[in-house]
Design a protein around this ligand. Structure first.
Ligand code: SAH
Ligand code: SF4
Length: 390
């Protein structure tokens, strides 16, 4: 087993490793401080990702490489129980099972749609329900993951937005959704991950990014960054920060209306950041990354689906790397209704005639309420994960 050092520092010899391990034990220094000085960013990530495992290793005075073994058992071997990690000593497995269980989510139900889409209902250890969706499409298997229990952004058309927010998910809970799906669909492989489930990922930026980096880690789950995309309702500071991340993750911005006042009516976040501010962050993103930037646009009948909207979009989305992703509203009990298929196609045609790069995304998994905006994670008795405000 390699030592904690992977890049930068070069691998340590066995005796060096033993010395460092001894030093950690003797000084009782916390591993991440130790790792930060002596190892590399990878070790710090493992420490951030598995704080409970780290604490147990520290308490027991185990050598630092056990952290890597535990990390790889979870992210590469996808174990759900420490007893499966047979390269760890029996005593350590028992201590971890007791204090830092391998599974942070309990899978409670899998629903299957007629189009092959699967929806997973999980319970967190503190009893919150969250949902994850797997969408099979032309040989690809895309997993749509949640980053929060509920969402505080309160977009008017979104079932998750109706719930309000209970708490942010931990990096471990975010990435574990993908690992459970990967086990479920084996021998098929997860080909794409989209952060488009419950929650606003950029309100939980740190933990979301740790989770995405873990999914991307070539020594762990090893999913290419270009096969991972996050979607935000438009938090401009975080869009800039995301652009500065070294990995080539993709980004989508939920726009839904090119007019300031009208956007505010359906997305309260628009009151916080104006469209020019949003577009300035978008420009920063494409100029910094040279990657395509997707603008999500849910067509709501009579609200944002007229010709004037296309014309304003054509003015606004004025960079060759901008792409307009149209989708039809999926039913939620919010008073909105979907633009007809015919009108959605006409909207798409008119957008292209106006020079926009645009596509109309088909909706998936509607018969199990698994489509975009429909995730409300009702628990097994049919109650919502977060009590609705009275
Ligand atoms: N919170 C993030 C990501 C999750 S939602 C965001 O808002 O960007 C994924 C996409 O589905 C977003 O573009 C969101 O606006 C859209 N959406 C929400 N409710 C919807 C609904 N009922 N029908 C269709 N799309 C919806
Ligand atoms: Fe939250 Fe996204 Fe739903 Fe808006 S659309 S309420 S940001 S999950």
């Amino acid at each position: 087993m390699r030592a904690l050092a992977r890049d930068g520092g070069g691998a340590l010899g066995a005796s060096e490793q033993a010395q460092l391990d001894a030093r950690t034990r003797n000084t009782g220094r916390r591993y991440h401080t130790f790792a930060a000085r002596l190892y590399n960013p990878w070790a710090m990530r493992a420490a951030k990702y598995l704080p409970d495992v780290l604490r147990i290793l520290e308490e027991r005075g185990d050598p630092a490489y056990r952290l890597e073994q535990a990390y790889l058992a979870l992210t590469r071997s996808l174990i759900r129980d420490w007893e499966e990690a047979t390269n760890l000593p029996r005593g350590l497995r028992a201590a971890l099972s007791e204090g830092a269980p391998a599974a942070s989510l309990e899978l409670r139900r899998v629903s299957r749609a007629t189009d092959g889409t699967r929806k997973y209902l999980f319970l967190t250890r503190d009893g919150h329900a969250i949902e994850t969706v797997m969408i099979p499409e032309r040989g690809r298997h895309t997993v749509c993951i949640s980053t929060q229990v509920g969402c505080p952004m309160a977009c008017k058309f979104c079932a998750t937005g109706l719930l309000g927010i209970k708490r942010n998910l931990k990096a471990r809970e975010i990435s574990e959704q993908v690992f459970v799906v990967a086990r479920d669909i084996a021998p098929e492989r997860v080909s794409n991950v989209v952060v488009m489930g419950m929650g606003e990922p950029f309100l939980n930026y740190e933990q979301t990014l740790v989770a995405l980096k873990v999914l991307n880690d070539p020594d762990g789950f090893n999913l290419a960054a270009r096969h991972i995309a996050a979607s935000t309702s438009g938090l401009v500071d975080k869009i800039r920060r995301f652009a500065d991340e070294p990995e080539q993750f993709h980004l989508a911005i939920s726009l839904h209306n090119p007019f300031e006042e009208e956007r505010r009516e359906i997305m309260p976040v628009a009151a916080r950041h104006s469209i020019p501010e949003l577009m300035s962050a978008a420009r920063y993103y494409v100029e910094k990354t040279h990657r395509k930037l997707f603008f999500e646009y849910t067509l709501l009948a009579g609200v944002n689906d007229q010709e004037r909207h296309v014309e304003a979009l054509a003015e606004l989305l004025d960079h060759p790397l901008y792409h307009l992703n149209l989708l039809r509203f999926n039913w939620t009990d919010t008073g909105f209704s979907a633009t007809s298929k015919r009108d959605a196609k006409a909207f798409l045609r008119y957008a292209r005639e106006n020079g926009l790069s645009a596509t109309l995304r088909p909706s998936r998994g509607e018969d199990i309420d698994a489509a975009c905006g429909q995730l409300a994670a009702k628990d097994l008795r049919g109650r919502p994960a977060v009590p609705l405000p009275s």
